[in-house]
Design a protein around this ligand. Structure first.
Ligand SMILES: [Zn+2]
Length: 280
């Protein structure tokens, strides 16, 4: 794609300097399907009953075996070739964000591939077919040199239809702009928050602005409704009257990494519901 090629060359030209990205956070995760929305609302009903009965404390914890795949256009930092130290820092950010919710990530393996086409997200399926490891319970993260279109990342919601070797199985996992890891050059998105956000989708969370002000919004009760994505860190933003201030510090909004601080207990409940429905 011509546009993508232009973006790619612009990125390569500035990769060793600062990230020239100047719009909002952009996530390429597909919109949830009607079927996925129905399944999330069914989980919400069960979570509401548990909450009403006082069963809010989680019953177990989740440890996710994690595989990191670095896919770069060259074996230099400017080509997207991240170091193990950078990957370890990224893992720490994930564990710090999810740890308070009883969810941890164990890095089982890291691998590095130099392939300019894959590094520009030129053949997602072939890349994942070659690199994906583990089962549907395991998280694969692909750190690419450039996703094109200003995207910081994308992931897939879990589904019941994921037999080993199926397209859903192969594509499962998260693709992340490599320079969004701690120490990367994608400021203000270089503190590792993009991975935290995308993994939220892998755990079945929607954007906090999903559906705008109208119920059921993101299908979670304790995230205030939000008319649209927030960017930067707009303290006091309130786009849906009567719903409370927008959840700008929530990992599932579009704010800067430095603005990200929380998941809610409703989102935690959803991650556990989805884990047991689709991945455990
Ligand atoms: Zn997203």
């Amino acid at each position: 794609m011509q546009f993508k090629a232009l973006i790619a060359s612009a990125f390569l030209a500035t990769a060793s300097a600062s990230w020239s990205f100047n719009t909002t956070r952009l996530c390429g995760t597909p919109e949830p399907t009607q079927q996925q929305m129905r399944e999330s609302l069914a989980m919400l009903e069960i979570e509401r009953i548990a909450l009403a009965k006082g069963h809010v404390k989680r019953q177990t914890s989740i440890n996710v075996k994690t595989y990191f795949h670095v896919v770069a256009s060259s074996n230099s930092l400017s080509g997207g070739y991240l170091t193990q130290a950078m990957l370890n820092d990224q893992l720490s950010v994930m564990n710090n964000a999810y740890g308070p919710h009883g969810i941890s990530f164990s890095l089982v393996g890291s691998d590095w591939t130099v392939n300019a086409n894959w590094a520009a997200d030129g053949n997602e399926q072939a890349m994942k077919k070659a690199l994906r490891k583990g089962t549907y319970s395991d998280l694969n993260i692909y750190f690419l040199g450039n996703l094109g279109g200003g995207l910081l990342g994308y992931c897939y919601f879990p589904t019941s239809s994921h037999s080993t070797g199926s397209t859903n199985f192969i594509l499962d996992g998260c693709t992340i702009l490599g320079q969004s890891v701690p120490g990367g050059n994608a400021a203000p998105y270089n503190l590792g928050g993009t991975a935290t956000h995308e993994i939220g989708h892998w755990m079945n969370l929607y954007h906090t602005f999903q559906g705008g002000c109208a119920a059921p919004g993101d299908s979670v009760d304790d995230t205030p409704p939000e008319a649209s994505a927030a960017s930067g860190c707009p303290t006091g933003r309130d786009t849906c009257s009567g719903g409370g201030p927008d959840p700008i510090h929530n990992y599932m909004d579009y704010t800067d990494d430095a603005c990200y601080t929380e998941f809610t207990s409703g989102q935690q409940a959803r991650m556990y519901s989805a884990w047991s429905a689709y991945r455990s």
